[in-house]
Design a protein around this ligand. Structure first.
Ligand code: C5J
Length: 227
């Protein structure tokens, strides 16, 4: 078991039964010129977490841990996009419309891909999800159960939307979840701060939080102890 300092109390996990889940680090949310920026958001806020995410991903790959990447993604015919989602609000671009990086949130389009810095490797799970949560209408729970996964480490964007929804879904399915605070971000910093607080409140009611530095130190100590 590996234990690290976390909030509201230490978090312990067995890497053989733990997956790193990276939520929606897609070009359209992170890169200038994508869908996120076209909605008036400052994508630099999100891009700032990429180095920390990459450091965790590399360390996790080094110990042979299971990696899950998700993409908010719809079929080209939009048959998995409820009209309520497509028609909501008054955006300049709707899901399926042609945007700066191809059709917005449609599988196979350039903007839908995961940013190259965190690109999936063979053997890692890539889950296309039509909703905000990683478990809704996806095979993720079955895949994790098959691999005996009980603990999940979360990174990605955006904190209060797809990350928080996925972590709540995971918590309800019985996983012990840890959110890496400096590896998640929102276009609205106050929403990130509130989401982080509410997830770890009331004795980790949704899960734990820690920094990537705390996780990396724990992984390094565990590796050194094996030598
Ligand atoms: C995600 C969104 N990935 N903010 N989507 O959080 O719409």
């Amino acid at each position: 078991m590996i234990e690290l300092p976390a909030n509201p109390f230490p978090y312990a996990f067995d890497p053989a039964h733990t997956a790193l889940v990276i939520i929606d680090m897609q070009r359209d949310f992170i890169e200038p010129g994508g869908f996120g920026e076209s909605l008036g958001n400052d994508v630099a806020l999100l891009a700032a977490i990429v180095p920390a995410c990459r450091a965790v991903l590399e360390a996790w790959r080094k110990i042979g841990g299971l990696v899950v990447h998700t993409r908010e993604s719809h079929k080209p015919d939009l048959s998995d996009c409820p009209p309520a989602k497509r028609n909501r609000g008054n955006p300049s671009l709707r899901i399926g419309d042609a945007g700066p990086m191809g059709r917005v949130l449609v599988a196979g389009e350039p903007g839908n891909e995961i940013i190259p810095e965190l690109g999936p490797r063979p053997g890692e799970f890539v889950i296309d999800k039509p909703g905000k949560g990683a478990f809704y209408a996806t095979p993720l729970h079955d895949l994790l159960k098959q691999d005996g996964i009980t603990h999940l480490l979360f990174m990605g964007v955006t904190t209060e939307v797809c990350v928080q929804t996925s972590m709540r879904e995971a918590n309800d399915r019985g996983y012990d979840c840890l959110l890496l605070e400096d590896c998640t971000e929102s276009y609205f910093p106050q929403f990130k701060a509130s989401a982080v607080e509410m997830m770890r409140a009331q004795g980790a009611i949704v899960g734990w939080t820690a920094t990537s530095t705390q996780l990396l130190a724990a992984l390094a100590a565990a590796t050194a102890a094996q030598r």
